[in-house]
Design a protein around this ligand. Structure first.
Ligand code: NDP
Ligand code: GDP
Length: 333
């Protein structure tokens, strides 16, 4: 086994390291003295832009691999010898999951079997984090959702995440793995993918403010989400793996807001009135909508000592300001 070089003696392997959470988690773990490895499939032309924004690109060791390819996972574990493995890889965009149901179910659901089997067959002491989602609650069975709320997913993505959640629980119960499922509610940041509504709004506010766009077309403005800041949420992932006993935790802010509210706050950050710019386009409505989600992270607060630090207003300001700066730079001569 390769000699452990990190000061904390800890080594982490992150799948989905090029995504929003992967970048924030890599930064967090590097700051804690971990040696960080990331599984990268290199699908995009500039896969490392998020890691670069957080100045983590030079310090993360990238390993070629794909969660649907178990041999690449075995190789990555062999090369990285992790003490912790964070499975963040997913086709994570709900709307796309209706167009690509098989891919979504393979990557966001079935592939969790590959990751867990790779751990079981190599080093059962590796602590495992599975990125589950509030999408498993879907058509919600109670106004506030916690770890005991029944699941009713509304999209192929949500269905895949139900599988991922239960498989994680199953490997904990039947193989004794230290495997935790984090049921995270929506979390955003300036590094959020542009297809998600929050980033679509913040980048459009910036383009409208800078005179590069006239209108913003959105779907359902009445949908409510419990939006937190990704930087706060990766801390919860890490705390789950520091517990003596693995468990499942809801991570949420405990407050929700509508897409309309998000628009109002975002446009006003740039001194604009959203009603003058936002147009509803029925083509952008979901096939099966989740009207409202609202999480209780009481268990995480009690057991992990975790609570969110960033308000919705602070989050929106961070996103709009980052897009104004980014788009301003791009459009300047
Ligand atoms: P992103 O979509 O930003 O990142 C997903 C990552 O998975 C990307 O690095 C992507 O790489 C990678 N990936 C996709 N397919 C594969 C594959 N077959 N093999 C290896 N890697 C792959 O998601 P987030 O960072 O926002 O979310 C992280 C995780 O948390 C996801 O599992 C998501 O479903 C879950 N989650 C997210 C929430 C949120 O609000 N952000 C809420 C609840 C759960 P590439 O760029 O090359 O495609
Ligand atoms: P999700 O909660 O993971 O599906 O995150 P999204 O950011 O994709 O969507 C959040 C909510 O915004 C959903 O209820 C969507 O129906 C709603 N929404 C309204 N207009 C849009 C839009 O133009 N794009 C996206 N992505 N969502 C929209």
């Amino acid at each position: 086994m390769e000699k452990n070089k990190s000061p904390a003696g800890k080594r982490a392997l992150i799948t989905g390291v090029t995504g929003q959470d992967g970048a924030y988690l890599a930064r967090l773990l590097l700051d804690k003295g971990y040696r960080v490895f990331g599984l990268v499939a290199r699908r995009g032309s500039d896969a490392l832009w998020r890691l670069r924004e957080l100045r983590a690109d030079a310090d993360v060791t990238l390993l070629a691999g794909d969660v649907t390819d178990v041999s690449s996972l075995l190789r990555a574990i062999e090369q990285s010898q992790p003490t912790e493995l964070y499975n963040l890889a997913a086709q994570s965009f709900v709307d796309k999951s209706w167009d690509l149901p098989s891919v979504t179910v393979q990557v966001s659901g079935m592939a969790v079997t590959n990751v867990l089997e790779a751990i079981r067959c190599t080093d059962r002491k590796i602590r495992f984090y599975q990125a589950t989602s509030s999408e498993i609650f879907g058509r919600v069975r109670s106004p506030v959702q916690d770890e005991s709320t029944p699941f009713h997913p509304r999209s192929p993505y949500g269905v895949a995440k139900v599988f991922a959640h239960w498989l994680t629980v199953n490997y904990r119960e039947s193989h004794g793995l230290h495997a935790s499922s984090g049921i995270l509610f929506n979390h955003e940041s300036p590094l959020r993918g542009p297809e998600f509504v929050t980033r679509k709004i913040s980048s459009s506010v910036a383009r409208i403010k800078l005179g590069l766009q006239d209108k913003l077309k959105l779907g359902n403005l009445d949908a409510k989400r419990d939006w937190g800041f990704a930087g706060d949420y990766v801390e919860a992932m890490w705390r789950m793996l520091q517990q003596d006993v693995a468990d499942d935790y809801v991570i949420a802010t405990g407050q929700n807001a509508s897409v309309r509210d998000f628009c109002r706050i975002a446009f006003s950050r740039a001194g604009l009135d959203y009603e003058k710019y936002v147009e509803v386009d029925s083509a952008l409505f979901r096939r099966a909508e989740i009207d409202a989600v609202l999480g209780s992270a009481a268990k995480a607060k009690a057991r992990l000592g975790w609570s969110p630090k960033t308000s919705l207003e602070e989050l929106v300001a961070m996103m709009v300001d980052a897009d104004l700066a980014r788009i301003g730079r791009q459009s300047s001569p």
